[in-house]
Design a protein around this ligand. Structure first.
Ligand code: GTP
Ligand code: MG
Length: 196
């Protein structure tokens, strides 16, 4: 898929008030620092499209980017950020749950997982929750250019963990925002869904 245009559209703190549009929406979600913004920028070929903020308390629920004037890409705040208070974390958790429960435009979510570290409980739990909710999602392992990625052992472990409760795995992508690995595959997958 060719990216012709990509622009920041709007930012929303509450799902009830978020833009009501009738285009497909693809959400990027994952722990803070997993590489969501970097991957979004790499995907659309723009270095600074997705805004990065080192102040997670300020992160809005939903940053919408309009791609090719035809579909939206949603950048969500990272879950499980250790440095925010329990209260703030609870609030985000609620909002994220609301997003995945009520966002009718949501077409597919990409759950990003750091490919260079062993499976994290919070990621497994989040995937299980998405599965229980019936939210369609694909797994995207990030940072596969890093030495810590090795031969992909952590990815294999993550899959085994999921298979303890799942009979079938979601689609899996392996990506690097540094060298662009996996970009074409991910865009192709989005295109396939758009064509359906
Ligand atoms: P929050 O917005 O805080 O939730 O983080 P994020 O998930 O958007 O992560 P971000 O894209 O800001 O990346 C976090 C750090 O990881 C940055 O220092 C990036 O340069 C680095 N990073 C992201 N993707 C990759 C990758 O594919 N390879 C390598 N080597 N580093 C990456
Ligand atoms: Mg970010």
């Amino acid at each position: 898929m060719q990216i012709h245009t990509a622009r920041f559209h709007s930012s929303h703190s509450r799902i009830e008030k978020a833009l009501a549009h009738n285009m497909p929406e693809f959400a990027f979600i994952g722990r803070s620092n997993v590489g969501k913004s970097s991957l979004i920028n790499k995907l659309v070929g723009r270095k600074q499209l997705a805004r990065t903020s080192h102040q997670p308390g300020k992160t809005q629920l939903l940053n919408l980017y309009l791609i090719n004037e035809a579909w939206f890409l949603a950048d969500l705040p990272g879950y499980g950020y250790a440095k925010v208070s329990k209260k703030t974390r609870g609030k985000w958790q609620d909002r994220l749950e609301n997003y995945f429960t009520y966002r009718t435009q949501l077409t597919n979510a990409f759950v990003l997982i750091d490919g260079g570290i062993p499976p994290q409980k919070i990621d497994i739990e989040f995937c299980n929750w998405m599965g229980e909710k019936g939210v369609p999602f694909a797994l995207v392992f990030t940072k596969i250019d890093k030495r810590k990625y090795g031969q992909g052992e952590h990815i294999a472990d993550f899959q085994s963990e999921l298979l303890q409760t799942w009979s079938e795995l979601p689609p899996i992508f392996k990506t690097s925002a540094v060298n662009g690995q996996g970009r074409e595959e991910l865009l192709g997958y989005i295109q396939e869904i758009l064509n359906m």
